[in-house]
Design a protein around this ligand. Sequence first.
Ligand code: EPZ
Length: 430
Amino acid sequence: MDKIKIIGGKPLFGKVYISGAKNTALPIICASLLTEEPVTVKNIPFLSDIKSLNNLLLQIGSQIEEKTEELNGHLTRTITYHTPQATSLVAPYDYVRKMRASYYVLGPLLARYGHVELSLPGGCAIGARPMDIHLSSLEQMGANIEIKNGYVVADIKGRLQGAHISFHSASVGATCNILMAAALAEGTTVIENAAKEPEIADLIDILNKMGAHIEGANTSTLTINGVEKLHGITHTIINDRIEAGSYAVAAAITKGRLELINANAEYLQTPLSILRKMGVKIEMTDSGFIVDAQNCTLQGHDVYTDYYPGFPTDLQAQFMALMCVSEGAAMITESIWENRFMHVPELMRMGANINVHGHASAIVRGVKKLSGAPVMSTDLRASFALILAGLAAEGETVVNRVYHLDRGYETLEEKFKAVGADIERIKESD
Ligand code: EPZ
């Protein structure tokens, strides 16, 4: 397994190009299964999660063609997905185990073909990650669902039927799956307490361009008037707000100044307001925003993760790393996932002062300096938090198990090197 070695203590200066959003690309790729016509998606990031999902679509029978293109000043990927007729309606364990967002094939395959078999993803490092909302919603739409040998087997005779559905949690994944299923259902589906993340609005945008009738984007009530057929289109996905927020913290934690090109500050209002309160300057530009922490004395600030537009759980670990080297105390509360503090023991190995209370809260008391150490990645965002801590620490940090990072941060070392970080990947064979 590759490792990343960092010699910390260098402020970062320059430009970082923010890539297309992983968590938008994943459902949008699966939306292509809803039509027999080609769907071209631009701005897809080069990530192992995308590769895993593409492999699943290939086994379902999709044809995939990709090319590299320049978009807004940097190289991006454009991929055309074409599924005239699925040759398999099974998402096998080996695919879903590698990448749980494989469950986005559930809604589209059931809606278009009336049958799907999906290996249940099970829990992961950050929590139990249930799928009850996805499944009970499809049942309300008339699907017959059974769990057999670790698989969800879903069937519907004829078309799914529109239904009035109320989610008990504003689940991103269930909102995407039910939007896709309802797009081809008969009649009107209303989703109450839907997720409002920008990724959902982008999915609604592409579905409507494909011929769906969906109203209520950016609100918690979505109304979908089902249609019989959808058609092919070309769509450019939005940029990754979590990647942008992660590099914003890189500027702050190294007391540097980074211009985040193609970043959308509107999607990051809560995290950016916390950075401002901590003393960091944020300046809007025509193509993104600048994060300037030169000569700044960082002041710790509380963080409470919540559904959008609240503070994103996917930036909690990165902000915790920042609080470790900020003055005073900060209370970090994780309200979305039940086990998302696994970076804490690793940060403490680098000299951080953190007390975890139960599963949901941690008090971080700022220290003057972290010191480099070998550390272990546990999940995607925790891994980035350890990179951040390594960039701020004195001496050498080696982050092990970096395959987590390859799932969600495009060309991470190149982006960091370009702004002055002393960072290198140690290949397994080195
Ligand atoms: C998405 O996961 C993201 N993944 C996650 O990002 C992110 O942390 C999460 O949304 C929250 O923002 C992708 O988009 C691929 P949820 P998802 O369903 O859709 C409960 C990353 O690092 N729930 O919104 O799986 C659940 O337990 C990843 O990129 C149910 O109870 O999350 C949680 O408490 C990690 N029943 C809450 O809802 C269900 O059926 C939110 O989960 C579904 C969810």
